[in-house]
Design a binder for this molecule. Structure first.
Ligand SMILES: C[S@@+](CC[C@H](N)C(=O)[O-])C[C@H]1O[C@@H](n2cnc3c(N)ncnc32)[C@H](O)[C@@H]1O
Length: 284
């Protein structure tokens, strides 16, 4: 059997992100990371998520695994990880990028499947969800694979994300985190707030918001055609995405009082929540 070459297991001078704005000018090329899978995320994103919201030996899920960036980071950081993608080409690529040996490596499981139906995964079995769905049809990942969410226009995409959110909620353990990166889009000069709409879906599925992180985009083309169009038609180039950190905090009961007002009581603290909380939570 051919001997595998040694890999660089971490970035130089790495420091964990400390604020709600994340910006990685160098996308990161340690281990087997490369920019070849279109629209893949910088490995600094899953590295930060895994370090902050999981511990060694935890079981992580990325149900839109693409070229396998999350898997590489999970393996390097000694987290076990399930990677799912609807496209068998993505699964093939993942097999390549996780093919390295290090002394303390997380176990990786690859599944060709649909993020809308995680029937192979038991209820409350996942310690962290760390994922990056398509942004509707901004980048099409296949020519016609059934259930490929990257083929859907915005409204259909939003509908298709509902079962993704409920399945995420089902498989995650209580008090654990679900991190989703998503960006907005623009049509006829108007912003379509895809990020906000996806956030609402996850709140409606039962998640609570832990953080909203703004991730700066560095591949935004502020030159040539796009620069002149943005000046001519007076729009700003979208240069950020949202990294939502949701938490599965199930300890809430909802009661309707006689006055048809809502009272929400936190089972743990006994505290009641305001009407604003309910609106933000998508309950009202
Ligand atoms: C933005 S890419 C993920 C990129 C990944 N973060 C990386 O770094 O390589 C989104 C992925 O979702 C996959 N996908 C689309 N619909 C899916 C579905 N219903 N279930 C699972 N994966 C799906 C696409 O094939 C694509 O690989």
């Amino acid at each position: 059997m051919a001997k595998k070459s040694k890999i660089k297991i971490e970035p130089d001078n790495f420091e964990q992100e400390m604020t709600t704005i994340w910006s990685f000018k160098e996308r990161g090329s340690w281990a087997t990371h490369n920019p070849n899978y279109r629209g893949n995320w910088s490995p600094y994103i899953p590295r930060n998520i895994l370090l902050r919201y999981s511990k060694e030996k935890d079981l992580v899920l990325d149900q839109f695994v693409g070229g396998g960036t999350t898997l590489v980071e999970a393996k390097l950081l000694n987290r076990n990880c399930i990677g799912i993608d609807i496209n068998s080409e993505a699964i093939k690529l993942c097999k390549k990028v996780i093919d390295f040996d290090i002394p303390k490596a997380g176990n990786i499981t690859l599944i060709k499947g649909n993020a809308q139906n995680l029937s192979k995964i038991k209820d409350k079995s996942i310690d962290l969800i760390c994922t990056h769905p398509p942004y509707a049809n901004i980048i099409k990942y296949s020519d016609g694979i059934k259930n490929d969410l990257s083929l859907l226009k915005v409204n259909d995409f939003i509908d298709a994300m509902k079962p993704v959110a409920t399945e995420s909620f089902r498989v995650l353990k209580d008090d654990k985190y679900c991190a989703i990166l998503i960006g907005d889009t623009r049509k006829n000069g108007r912003v379509i707030p895809l990020g906000y709409r996806v956030m609402k879906i996850f709140l409606n599925a039962g998640f609570k918001l832990k953080e909203i992180i703004i991730k700066e985009q560095h591949n935004c083309k502020a030159t040539g055609y796009w620069k002149s169009s943005s000046l001519k038609y007076n729009f700003l180039l979208l240069a950020h995405e949202y990294l939502y950190i949701f938490v599965k905090d199930k300890a809430k009961v909802i009661n309707r009082t006689k006055k048809e007002r809502y009272t929400v009581i936190d089972n743990k603290t006994g505290e009641t929540c305001s009407l604003d909380d309910l609106i933000i939570d998508g309950i009202l």
